[in-house]
Write a protein of this length. Sequence first.
Lengths: 311, 303, 548
Amino acid sequence: MINSSSSSSGNLHRYMTRISRNWGLYLLLLPAVVLLLCFTYKPMYGVIIAFKDFKPALGIMDSPWVGFKYFEKFFHSYQFSVTIKNTVIISLYSFLTFPLPIIFAILVNQLRTNRFKRVFQTVTYMPHFISTIVIVGLMMILLSPGSGLIGNIYRLFGAEAPNLMGSASMFSSLYVWSDVWQHTGWDSIIYLAALSSVSPSLYEAATVDGASRWQKIRFIDIPMLIPTAVTLLILRIGGLLGVGFEKAYLLQNNLNISGSEVISTYVYKIGLLSSQYSFSAAINLFNTVINFALLILVNWISKKYSENSLW
Amino acid sequence: MEAATKLTLQSKKTGNSDKLMETLLYIWAVIVLIIVLYPLYFIIIASFSDPSAVGNGQVWIFPKGFTLDGYKELLNHANIWIGYRNTIVYTVVGTLIGLIVNVSAGYALSRKDLVGRKFLSLFFIFTMFFNGGLVPTFLTIRDFHLYDTFLVMVLPFSVAVFDIIVARTFFRTGIPTELWEAAQIDGCGNLRFYAQMVLPLSKPIISVLALWFAVGQWNSYFNALIYLQNKELYPLQLILRDILVTNQMQTALGTGEAAQIALRLANLLRYSVIIVATVPIMCIYPFVQKHFNKGVMIGAVKE
Amino acid sequence: MTTISKRYTRKMLSSLALISVLGTTVLAGCSSDKDANNTSSNASGKNTANTSDSNFHAEGMPIVDKQVTLDVLTIRWGNMGDTFTKNTWLQELEKNSNVKINWQVISSSDWDAQKSVMLASGKLPDVIIGDMAFGDSDIVNNLSIFQPLDEYIDKYMPNLKAAMAEMPDLKKLSTFPDGKIYSLPARLPSRPYSSVQPVINKEWLDKLGLKAPETLDELYNVLKAFKEQDPNGNGKADEIPYSDSKDLDMNLLAPFGITDIRGNHMVLKDGKPEYFPTSEAYKAGIAWANKLYSEGIIDKETFTQDDTMLTAKRQNPDAALIGFSYQWTPDAVFGQWSKQYETIAPITGPDGKKYQIGDPNGMSFRRNEVLITTSNEHPEVAARWADQFYTGEASIQNFWGAIGTSIEKNADGTYTLMDPPDGTSADAWYWDSSLRDFGPKYVSPEFEKNIKLDPTSGDGLKLQLDSLGKDYVTEPFPDVMYTEEEYAELPTLITDIESYIKSTRAKWITKGGIDQEWDSYVKKLNDMGLEKLIKIYNDAYNRYMNIQ
């Protein structure tokens, strides 16, 4: 009955015991695993579209094999460096705003629970629901140098407002800060949930010890948030090369195109004339491989220096 | 005596810095409120205004060219009510299924004594990056006879690995191993522990996940676009999309009156659609909110 | 030991059970996608045997003795729906021909995503109506799922055959690069020769005592006067002589000879194809536009505003704001101010000539209006059914609506349009009552003479306005087709090149500098593969011109 850890059969026995003892856990995992196997892993052979010359009429299996042809086409295309550059800039810029929802959650948590706090929370998460088309339409109206809010403000000081929508260098800022406006409230919800797990007795104990508000934040709130923050950070890095298509496409125009052409909009445009299944599949695969590699790297770093990692 | 004065002095210092913090905090909150509130307010008044006035920047504080046409037009569409009905059903069922599938998986993965944890985590995470693409997935759905059914909207794509990982983090920090050990000694199995101890203690994360699933279901249209043909099954967002016109339509239809009418309608409806499409789901948040506005885990484990 | 091993075995067994459940669930969904493609090849095997079916009649009505159902797909704009299926001509046809139609109507906004899935799933309809479903590239890249139609036209489609004999362009238009015909064309009735024409605010001209401009210089002076002299009389300098959204409409440069109706930057100069963005005419045109922009005649927000804001300016609630534009008809976009605007003759360019964008053969031709797929088991039935549309009377009923609903047939053999019901506009009514722009149609020029349209609105109005421009309509680059290999090259070439052209154009118009940067611009275009692109256009052009 006592574990004989020195022999390998003993180890195996230990593993089997643990597995059989935790059969309930495997049952909990079962629905998710089955669903993924059926609906995500089963169709995964479709990844090879990137290496074939896919014609829908022929089907995936019978379309001719072309290897890395489309990858090379992408690397050699004129737009390659521009799209990669813009995608990376926007992603990194956006990434820098990562702490904002955390700070937001900490501050909201400090508000005394009353009507104001509830109204504040509800109002700040509402922008998340507005569709991209409306957000961009709003931006265009507000930023119009002629009739927009910005135009009116500049005219108060006797100046002409610059046309921000036409500036390639301003594009990333417009993109990122409108995202911040729209999503910070919503993104902070998960951190608020983490903070709500702090038992009030901890705060009471801290008050007795004479801790200031700031100290409470520093020594109670922040450590509480770190596991979630690190997890989300790692996942965020895993989405680095994925600047969404819709917003960039709507904000683009011929004056800012050198700063606004990203990978996803480029893929969309080449698909307009003639469906480029294999080409876009190749570019997407290139994207995800890079993202996955980044994820593995960051996860390894995180495992080395902290308790938190994805696996 | 000295210690007491020291304490009071210290608490007075912290008291002052606290008061400063409090004031700054509320100033910050009010500024943020205005920055966020104004555009939202704008959308509301724009939904009641003449679209030409809105586009010309003439609408600031009050609606201009007050009109209810946007709403009338929208609510006259018979399909809207079918859409609402369907979306409500999809949201409720989809959220339930989502919770069952993902929260359990998140808990199981949080247990350090789960054999194969690393492999299973990778099994899940891999699917976040690699995907077969639209055509193979479509063929798979068809092979399982799920095409054009109610189930396709709530079951096949209900696994959200991102949510599983976030849930896992919560369980890891929130459910101490001592709790499980204590339960084991009492003869409690994994499933009973999960149902009777873990879930009641995890209201915050369950609420957040429920919120995420509900909102995701409410806003979804792409799966319906691809996998549904029967208009009776269409969700709200898909029906609304058909009414709103895209830019492509205008350039190609070019010039006929029909194009102009459709464009004007789209511009008119743009803002009222938001109100009609999102107000219902926004009302859920206050109910969810109360689950993470107070602390939990009080006295669960006797030291 | 025994208790442990008993529990152990029990757990092992249950895990095995679990695994087998898993396995079978996954396998349950495992049927190969080869099945999908087998159906289409099977069907094409069946087709060749069908022509001797005794159910089918090669001429006369009904087309079949025992009812045959055809699945027909059509794509319509936005929310237009399937009301057109109630068109009485369509219903009569169904009765007389004994061919029942199972319509599948999909909205254009949903179609893009569904298209690839439909092609790949092998579950195709029998017939596809309307050119919005599959474009040239979709067909060229997937030829095996579309039925070649040459034989069917010859044997079963006398109306179309006669039409093609009368107007050979129909055949040229529909011949694919491999020499066969895979889709059927259409010729729409009562279409003008001119496309968009110059439209100016007449009320402002009158207010300022100016006459309609005829040359570029006169246009410049008029627009400048619009800007400076407050013709809308509201005391504010809010007039915008010219505005656009996202890009400058190239029609503004029509006086320089730039009439690009295909939107692919190819024009015909002295009968030869030319790529205009590298031409001297373009350079002069852009320089002129820059001059206008810098003086505030062209809206400073042209390149950054979207359609919504442009429309808002055109329909500004307080006063008319726009002075000049290129439009199909003057009432197209100006909302309540429509009556202030008037179409004028084309502006004379610097070379003393007038150029009008359009087609000297009429803006009437379309292709890819009918496709018959290889999964159709009765292609000859579909062919005969489609042929019924290719008469004059059938075509007008599928363009405006049935006789008795939208059209009145008069005793003298002419046709006039009836008024739409209250509350709908004419155009919206026609879209509701018929396939309108889509589907097979043929109206011969002779037949067109019998169509009497109201000259004060809609299509009739356009024909009136057309007389101003039709003498100057330039021969456009033909609507060519590209081969599969060319379609592999075109998307990247075009995306790169056009993106660069558009961004330089925006820069030069807003900031100037075209003279200094011209040479490096042309060089960069060549680096991007411009020569290859032009060669493709030329090859396609030669192929088109050589079709018998």
